[in-house]
Design a protein around this ligand. Structure first.
Ligand SMILES: Cc1ncc(COP(=O)(O)O)c(C=O)c1O
Length: 385
């Protein structure tokens, strides 16, 4: 491998000049089609943008390089990438998934994938013995988010990979929360790495996109067939926005984490906070595992307040922090998983996981951390006055 991670965020794998005018920024090839010189021959290697497009190709090469993958496909959303991933399997196949997942994935499973004949079981992926017991001869994949959304459970990815491979199954990791800057799951045994690129990768709360990276060129070929056939690939403008976001990924992730550490520490000192879930907190049960598996902790914090009224008052009274779904952008967002991101998760599952009406999730952005803490403090004191 040539350039370091930071350099590849900016220049891609090979610092290749993409167009004939030697533009520094990858041009946005806003075209549906490319001309042919004779049947079966084009000069550029591109035919039709649903299948491939030069702006997308450059972004995909960069993402594949950052995830240490053989190939990466850019999709119209994280959910489109995850849906394409499920298309690798056939009716009757069993997929074992971690039980604490982004609610949209749970919705996808219950509304689409089960209808398509996949057998899906959810389980605690942080318990390796439990995982082993849940594998069946029909299990074709183990799918985990780590740290998970929103409870920040941490899985031992090397162990998960070993268990999956021993059973002849693929190991799939959603790496949205840490980004390849803090963790590269393929180095730990993952076969497929998924991203909601709408989060830290794009990084500015202005783009919806997703990525599916594959380690094995044969799987990559299947994913390319699926993406071209289903047609859920990413448009050129969004590719450019995602690529622009990537150029600062390494710088943003450091500041995101610095701010999150300060806020988590502060939250732990508040009497109205009952629990703080942040993997960067040395007291978090998964802290050492995250440290061992990667290079940092990210900026996602969930915390439980003392009462439902307190949680609602914070949501209503924050001024700088925005009450909105999503995460990973420059702006700090606060959300209420129970009725927003995880609304479609069955109540019994939410109860078991601890997703209750006192739980808030913060995506810590890049503002001055003093301003963020003051905003939270003020939101609580307004409610008390
Ligand atoms: C961990 C995780 N994976 C996947 C997704 C889906 O991504 P998108 O919203 O880009 O479709 C989300 C969305 O919040 C997420 O948090």
């Amino acid at each position: 491998m040539g350039y370091s991670f930071e350099t590849r965020c900016i220049h891609g794998e090979d610092h290749r000049v993409v167009d004939e005018y030697r533009a520094i920024s990858t041009p946005i090839y806003q075209t549906s089609s490319f001309s042919h010189i004779k049947p079966g021959h084009n000069l550029s290697g591109f035919d039709y943008s649903r299948e491939s497009n030069p702006t997308r190709a450059h972004l995909e090469e960069t993402m594949a390089s950052l995830e240490n993958a053989a190939d990466c496909v850019a999709f119209a959303s994280g959910m489109a990438a995850i849906t394409a991933c499920f298309e690798l399997f056939s009716p009757g196949d069993h997929i074992l998934m971690s039980d604490d997942l982004y609610g949209g994935v749970v919705r996808l499973v219950h509304n689409i994938e089960e209808k398509n004949g996949l057998k899906i079981t959810f389980t605690d992926a942080s318990d390796a013995d439990n995982l082993k017991n849940m594998m069946t001869p029909k299990t074709k994949a183990l799918y985990v988010e780590s740290p998970s959304n929103p409870m920040m459970h941490v899985a031992d990815l090397k162990e998960c990979g070993r268990i999956a491979h021993e059973a002849g199954a693929l190991f799939i990791v959603d790496n949205t929360f840490l980004s390849p800057y803090f963790m590269t799951p393929m180095d730990l045994g993952a076969d497929i790495v998924l991203h909601s690129g709408s989060k830290f990768i794009s990084g500015h709360n202005d783009t919806i996109c997703g990525f599916l990276s594959s380690k094995d060129p044969e799987i990559a070929k299947k994913v390319r067939l699926i993406s071209k056939t289903v047609g859920s690939t990413l448009g050129a403008l969004e590719c450019w926005l995602a690529e622009r976001g990537l150029k600062t990924l390494h710088v943003r992730m450091e500041r995101h984490q610095e701010n999150a550490c300060a806020i988590a520490e502060w939250l732990k000192t508040r009497t109205w906070v009952k629990k703080v879930f942040y993997v960067g907190d040395p007291e978090h049960p998964g802290h050492n595992k995250v440290k061992e598996q990667g290079r940092g902790f990210g900026s996602m914090i969930s915390f439980e307040t003392d009462t439902k009224e307190r949680a609602l008052a914070i949501l209503q009274n924050v001024k700088l922090i925005t009450f909105a779904e999503s995460l990973g952008g420059t702006e700090t967002l606060i959300t209420y998983p129970d009725v927003q991101t995880h609304a479609d998760v069955p109540q019994s599952v939410k109860d078991a996981l601890g997703i209750n009406d006192r739980l808030l999730r913060l995506s810590v952005g890049l503002e001055n951390v003093k301003d963020l803490i003051e905003d939270l403090e003020r939101s609580v004191s307004i409610a008390e006055s």
